[in-house]
Design a protein around this ligand. Structure first.
Ligand code: HEM
Length: 399
């Protein structure tokens, strides 16, 4: 199954997605020019969440959610063929998705069952079963929201099952076509199961990418020396309207690479990943029985000064392949996409999108921290890390 999905993220398919991603980036950032003129502050994190949700909507569902359109934020939803989609199914679904993305938390205002699960994993499931029935608790809200989202997504999936799109390369088409051709079992790949998979995809791909893009812009805005070097690299690439290819993105922006890695290290968007032991195993001198939950703290690893001297300094050069720090670092010290057979399948997809967005933005603008934003930045811990009050920036048009 993972292999079927992975075909969507093969380099050749990713390369074909560059123009789509670029058009969403242009759409999402179109309004910045007028905002720069009136010196209006922007909540960049909201723009990037809309952008990332639209890109994943197109790639995963073959649907243009239309969130990035400056004039139609959150309302008009167009189908891929450009015709109006009269029912509000997808639009409502997306608004709920954005709500759930911003509501699921792990602090004490968040889901008690998740917090408890971190401390006493065995109690998580029974507590979740109990708490989800209590209206007003975060577990109750999550359950309510999940039920709504799943049924809305089920409707989207059912509609697409009737209107098969042979040859389409979005995630949903690939799964549905594999199901039709018998490569995936129809008994396992029910509407509900495919809905859940699509939802996982949307959730896994949007908030993470949006957060990373916002944190990179925020960090660069506070480090003029990094900004200068980055602008020089981007300006040196070619005329401002030359769209980079997938290969250009991989090879021609080494400093941009370092900036993104350092931003991901600095604010690790998925601070924890979990594994369950499939057999008894000894790790670090501890004997773990079969079925033990093991939490890997990627965020803690990324701030370990053995591997990252002066970990609280934003210094992209530490990822320069020729520098001593990079050469000496443990290969698993920096694993923002996890590792092993269950690591992130969207890694290349996300990096391609983030690079395209940053190149497009810095060709036209630079950013400064808004005086209305708190310093230091406040974060909220959830399934993914989130900015408590968003990232507010001033946009300055480049001469
Ligand atoms: C900067 C952006 C992203 C970050 C930092 C990120 C990070 C992660 C991490 C840490 C995991 C868990 C890995 C593990 O357990 O070892 C994961 C899993 C996953 N990610 Fe991402 N992700 C990002 C973007 C995306 C995108 C764009 C997509 C989809 C297009 C995606 C789809 C998934 C899926 C489906 C899984 C589950 C894989 C499995 O269980 O086999 N992610 N991601």
């Amino acid at each position: 199954m993972r292999n079927t999905i992975l075909s969507v993220y093969q380099p050749s398919h990713l390369a074909n997605l560059v123009p789509t991603m670029q058009s969403f980036v242009e759409c999402a950032t179109e309004k910045l020019g007028s905002m720069a003129k009136v010196e209006e502050d922007i909540t960049f994190s909201a723009i990037s969440l809309r952008l990332a949700t639209d890109v994943i909507g197109q790639a995963a569902f073959g649907v243009n959610f239309g969130l990035s359109k400056p004039q139609s934020f959150g309302e008009s939803v167009k189908k891929i063929d450009g015709k109006d989609n009269n029912d509000d199914e997808v639009s409502d679904f997306i608004n709920q998705h954005i709500y759930s993305t911003t509501q699921v938390k792990m602090d004490f205002s968040g889901s008690l069952s998740i917090i408890l699960g971190l401390l006493v994993p065995i109690l998580q499931w029974p507590f979740w079963q109990m708490l989800k029935r209590i209206p007003g608790t975060m577990d109750g809200k999550i359950e309510h929201n999940n039920r709504h989202l799943t049924s809305r997504l089920g409707a989207v999936v059912e509609k697409r099952m009737k209107d098969s799109r042979q040859g389409s390369k979005d995630f949903l088409s690939v799964i549905l076509n594999a199901r039709e051709s018998g490569r995936l079992s129809k008994n396992v790949f029910t509407t509900d199961y495919i809905s859940a998979l699509s939802y996982e995809h949307l959730l896994a791909g949007s908030a993470t990418t949006a957060f990373t893009l916002s944190s990179a812009v925020y960090l660069v805005a506070g480090h003029p020396e990094v900004e200068k070097k980055l602008l020089a690299e981007i300006d040196g690439f070619g005329p401002p309207d030359q769209m980079p290819t997938a290969s250009d993105l991989q090879h021609k922006f080494p400093y941009l690479d370092q900036v993104i890695k350092e931003a991901m290290r600095f604010y690790m968007v998925s601070p924890l990943v979990a594994r369950e032991t499939s057999r008894e195993v000894e790790i670090g001198g501890y004997l773990l029985p079969k079925g033990t939950w093991v939490w890997l703290a990627l965020g803690v690893l990324a701030k370990d000064q053995k591997n990252f001297p002066e970990p609280e300094k934003f210094r992209p050069e530490r990822f320069d392949p020729s520098c001593k720090e990079e050469k000496q670092r443990h290969p698993y010290a920096f694993i923002p996409f996890g590792l092993g057979p269950r690591s992130c399948i969207g890694q290349k997809f996300a990096i391609q999108e983030i690079k395209l967005a940053l190149i497009h933005l810095y060709r036209k603008y630079v950013f400064r921290h808004s005086p209305y934003m708190e310093s230091p930045l406040k974060l909220e811990f959830g399934i993914v890390l989130k900015f408590k009050n968003g990232v507010k920036l001033q946009v300055i048009k480049r001469k």
